[in-house]
Design a protein around this ligand. Structure first.
Ligand SMILES: [Zn+2]
Ligand SMILES: [Zn+2]
Length: 336
């Protein structure tokens, strides 16, 4: 099969590798769309890799002997592996499993964990079946497009009473605008990129700000009569963002950290009585139905969130576009 490889600084292309093998409860998934995500950092830095991608949707073409999936089932592929038997896995929090299985070892397979590829392998319980009325592309937004901020909104208990800041309006933050407006919240978007500020407005953000502009904090606070917003979702992945948000959230409000950069001071958290939660992925076992409903009811917005599609053979062009920031979610077609 064909996969994508980063071969050097801003160099990427296709490579040919053996097809994956399956065993046990693993399934072979023909990837029909591979949403692009943080792999662009490796492209920029020139970190050579043939193991790219963690998001995919497609169709099961072969199911392992202990899998409950019927071949032909259209699925979203959850990221990472898991043991399936620990308390976290049983609760649907597989992303936090401390004893994950090694798919390649279980299946004795040379390949199958990359998603910038024509095929991947995944355990049956980490495949989310897609109903017929949801397209593969829209379904694939249940990966990082909508997933982490869907969880952030649940952990923060976002409701229509809330004003919510979404900090960082890359593909993850833009998905946060969709999730928070879906719940009826009033959304304020923060980013330095005018293209992304405009896209956030289109997706339902009521106001948008460049947080690095002179007087930005005061202007944002003025949106809530100086009190501060109820909740904030951090996706900007910059050091300055969490402490900036702590100044903008009202006392007894909440912050969900989706990206992994920066820190919050205990003084801010305790002094303001903030609820701080970490939101990495989402719980497909417990909230699968609700996620599909977000996708179903926001089809038009997802068509705006997905701004570009590239054949996998043009992955270098796709990475270059990501580097400009002039895009929402970018999809790769492994078969074009
Ligand atoms: Zn586990
Ligand atoms: Zn991702």
């Amino acid at each position: 099969m064909q996969i994508t490889a980063i071969t050097g600084e801003r160099q990427a292309g296709l490579d040919e590798v053996p097809d994956p093998r399956i065993a046990d409860n693993y399934c072979l998934v023909k990837i029909l769309t591979a949403p692009m995500c943080t792999e662009v950092a490796g492209f920029r830095a020139g970190r050579a890799s043939r193991n790219l991608g963690h998001e995919a949707a497609g169709v099961v073409v072969e199911a392992g002997p202990r899998s409950g999936v019927v071949p032909g089932t259209r699925v979203v592929v959850m990221p990472q592996d898991s043991c399936g038997v620990c308390s976290l896995c049983l609760a649907g929090e597989h992303i936090h499993c401390r004893t994950p299985r090694n798919a390649l070892a279980v299946c004795n397979s040379p390949t199958g964990r990359a998603t910038y590829a024509q095929y991947c392998i995944q355990q049956d319980r980490l495949l989310v079946p897609l109903p017929d009325d949801i397209s593969i592309e829209h379904g694939s937004m249940a990966c990082c497009g909508l997933g982490p901020t869907f969880n952030a909104c649940r952990l923060l208990r976002v409701t229509a009473d809330d004003t919510v800041i979404v900090a960082g309006l890359g593909p993850v933050g833009l998905g946060g605008v969709i999730n928070a407006t879906h719940l009826g919240a009033r959304v304020i978007g923060l980013d330095v990129n005018p293209y992304r500020l405009a896209l956030a407005r289109e997706l339902g953000a009521e106001a948008v700000f460049d947080p690095t502009a002179e007087g930005a904090a005061e202007a944002i606070l003025a949106q809530t009569d100086g009190l501060g917003v109820d909740k904030a979702i951090e996706t900007a992945n910059v050091e300055a963002s969490p402490p900036f948000l702590a100044r903008l959230v009202r006392p007894k409000g909440g912050i969900a950290l989706v990206s992994w950069a920066g820190s919050l001071s205990v003084r801010d958290i305790v002094g303001r009585g903030l609820a701080v939660v970490g939101a990495w992925h989402w719980n497909h076992l417990v909230h699968g139905r609700q996620m599909l409903e977000v996708i179903r009811r926001n089809a038009a917005k997802l068509d705006r969130l997905i701004t570009h599609r590239f054949p996998m053979s043009e992955v270098r062009k796709a990475f270059e576009l990501q580097c400009t920031g002039q895009c929402g979610k970018v999809l790769l077609d492994p078969w074009a």
